[in-house]
Design a protein around this ligand. Structure first.
Ligand code: O7E
Length: 239
């Protein structure tokens, strides 16, 4: 593995900042800087909102204002009007915000996309999830979810690192859409499965980095594994 491919690989790893208790909030905000400086960026969502409030959510975005992708993960699934209210108060300072594709476009995702565009924030849609229960309802509907996403034309979609075959199906249906893949490490996905086998753009890693006594080394180690497995895939992601 060359220094160059390790450097490119680390720019494909987004760190999920999910505090488990209130005392974690400060520590994870510290990791936000690292994840944006060294890695591809951060993802913050309901655990950060619940334990740190909207101030912590905004602070995470502010800490990354010098560079790095800032993804707000509320996994919205509501009517357009309510999602608009939610993003108007929480998504400022973020580059992208996540909603579920299954809610459909009319009256929901179209309105959300319009609201986000007005704020300069890009839409990301969940097409499949990393846990086993995704097989119950979500995965049998994958083709329909892809067709919703094809109509809505989000900037990005989410597909699971735990099932690279699902990512590959999404990649072939949506060749130019950014794919983010969670489930690496703590949930069993091997670093590199999503990018090397599925064709994802980013791997999302939470606990492996945030619970490590040495988050920088943990982040570099995930990137090193990706770089070793498929250096040829690591041209800079098309953001
Ligand atoms: O298991 P960890 O600690 O690596 O954390 C995984 C993160 O990815 C966590 O924030 C969780 O909310 C998120 N995630 C999944 O684990 N599975 C999914 O299917 C989807 C997500 C997710 O982030 O979706 C939006 C990108």
């Amino acid at each position: 593995m060359s220094q160059g491919s390790a450097g490119l690989a680390v720019k494909r790893v987004i760190v999920a900042l999910d505090p488990a208790v209130e005392g974690d909030v400060e520590k994870l905000l510290g990791i936000a800087r690292l994840a944006c400086r060294e890695g591809a960026g951060i993802k913050v969502g309901l655990p950060m909102l619940a334990l740190g409030g909207s101030e912590a959510v905004s602070e995470a975005a502010r800490l990354c204002s010098g560079g790095g992708l800032r993804v707000l993960d509320l996994k919205l699934a509501d009517i357009g009007y309510v999602m608009r209210l939610a993003v108007e108060s929480l998504a400022r300072g973020f580059d992208a915000a996540i909603a579920h594709a299954f809610i459909g476009s009319e009256g929901a995702l179209e309105e959300l996309k319009g609201a986000l565009e007005g704020m300069g924030v890009r839409l990301v849609l969940v097409l499949s999830m990393s846990h086993q229960g995704s097989a119950e309802v979500i995965d049998p509907c994958l083709d329909r979810l892809i067709s919703v996403a094809t109509r809505v034309r989000p900037w990005g979609v989410v597909a699971p690192a735990t099932r690279p075959g699902v990512i590959a199906r999404v990649r072939s249906a949506m060749p130019r859409t950014v794919i983010m893949s969670p489930g690496v490490g703590a949930q069993g996905g091997r670093p590199g499965d999503a990018i090397c086998l599925g064709g994802a753009d980013y791997e999302i890693v939470g606990r492996v980095v945030t619970r490590s006594p040495d988050p920088v080394s943990a982040l570099r180690s995930v990137a090193g594994s990706i770089a070793e497995r498929c250096p040829e895939r690591l041209l800079p992601a098309s953001t």
